[in-house]
Design a protein around this ligand. Structure first.
Ligand code: GLN
Length: 264
């Protein structure tokens, strides 16, 4: 059965925007072309592809996984089910690192996922010496691939937090899994790697581990992304572990999102 763009948009149970994204992806049409050519009839192959993606989307698969990429800091990052989908609020972490970094600084990004933080920092400031880690080989492959595609020179190390890390860094940054294990929110994020979202406990265990271990590898700032309600606890942990100038910063939605502190 043949259907036109117009008919598909009328019959879709997805939002108009998501439906248009799927159609644009399959047909290679721009947003404008989807409107001006809305009587275009999909051939059988195109329609079958549409139905397949439509079904996945309807079952909750994020558009980023369907398209295979997500935009972050104005760059296109490849994402797979082995990587968390970069969130817009994490761009603030990149802004903060770039503000604090001096030319030649050694930066460590722990649990890099798609590589979005490390790569965005490097692309903005080529003078930074950046190392990125992830615990999972598969995830690290995606990050490496993104670094090559986007032309960012990064050192990648497979490591469970600091286990394979030695040396001293000027800035350590991380967006660790911080969602509480029994948070309802996780069900809506079922397509993403759960180990990248939650510690399967109180949400603070990775944050705590990083804060207490980073001291041995740091002569400068530690910056951590955390949940909107974890600012005070993260701030307390940093203060109790000898970090100075500790402060929490709100994201662009007005939620506590990043806490930073200084060693040395
Ligand atoms: N900010 C993400 C969310 O709430 C979680 C990211 C993370 O756990 N690091 O969906």
């Amino acid at each position: 059965m043949k259907e036109s763009i117009k008919q598909i948009l009328q019959n879709s149970k997805l939002s108009k925007l998501d439906t248009k994204i799927l159609l644009g992806h399959i047909l290679g049409f721009s947003k404008v072309e989807l409107v001006t050519c809305n009587d275009y009839q999909l051939n059988e192959e195109q329609y079958d592809s549409y139905l397949e993606l439509y079904d996945k989307c309807l079952h909750g698969m994020p558009i980023a996984y369907i398209l295979g990429y997500k935009e972050f800091y104005s760059h296109k990052f490849r994402v797979t089910p082995d990587t968390l989908i970069p969130r817009p609020e994490t761009e603030l972490l990149v802004d903060m690192v770039l503000q604090l970094a001096k030319p030649g600084d050694r930066i460590l990004d722990l649990g890099t996922g798609s590589g979005c933080i490390a790569i965005s920092c490097k692309l903005e400031n080529k003078m930074l010496d950046i190392t990125a880690t992830d615990m999972y080989a598969q995830t690290l492959m995606v990050a490496k691939d993104n670094a090559i595609t986007l032309g960012a020179e990064i050192r990648f190390i497979q490591s469970d937090w600091f286990n394979n890390i030695d040396g001293i860094y000027d800035i350590i940054v991380s967006n660790p899994p911080y969602i509480v294990g029994d948070d309802d929110h996780l069900r809506a994020l079922a397509f993403e790697p759960q180990h990248a979202l939650t510690d399967f406990a109180d949400g603070m265990s990775n944050i705590k581990k990083i804060i207490t271990t980073a001291q041995r590898h740091l002569q400068g700032y530690l910056l951590l992304e955390h949940g909107y309600d974890q600012g005070r606890a993260t701030l307390g942990l940093m203060q109790n572990n000898g970090y100075k100038n500790v402060r929490t910063i709100k994201d662009y939605a007005g939620q506590d999102r990043i806490t930073l502190g200084k060693i040395g």
